[in-house]
Design a protein around this ligand. Sequence first.
Ligand SMILES: O=C(O)CCC(=O)C(=O)O
Length: 195
Amino acid sequence: MISKSFYGCELLIFESFFSEEDSSMLYDQFYRQTAWVQNDIVIFGKKHKIPRLNDWYGDVDMKYSNIHFDAKPMTKTLNQIRSKIEKETNTFYNSVLMNLYRNGNDSMGWHSDDENIYNPTSSIASLSLGGARWMKFKKKNMNGLGKKTLKLKLKSGDLLIMKYPTQDKLSHSIPKSLTDMESRINLTFRTVINP
Ligand SMILES: O=C(O)CCC(=O)C(=O)O
């Protein structure tokens, strides 16, 4: 396990949490069986397609901006993954946001998972399947050149744990890549509380 500390936030990476073979089997299963949707986001009054596809499983509805996913029970496979993560990390998760990055042009901008549906002191567990991607972290509200960022390479089968207070103090992003990238599925397990 690799442990990184950045502005007082602990980030743990369990490399090959799932073997290459299991990761590729899981990737294929999720790719085929998930009802992927591409939502719109409104920026300065203009609609844009979010550059990645999503789905959501969990105890409560997921709402942010104009995006809405109804609550639905986790599948058997998601429950098995969740149990394995919970055993390893001693944390309880009741929902998962599923992300599909089709190629290097799909991305996720700077943000924190700090919406009020989440328990603010719970970790977030993020499993990567498929093509490797960089994930960046920076201190919240810090812009401009010369500001420190942390870059982690997330490979297929790797599990990243973002511990409290990561969502309070840091933003994270999955930048676009100019080089060709294999598609990637990411599952972020979260703990929602009824707002
Ligand atoms: O794709 C990832 O590894 C991170 C996804 C993410 O930051 C999010 O969905 O909030």
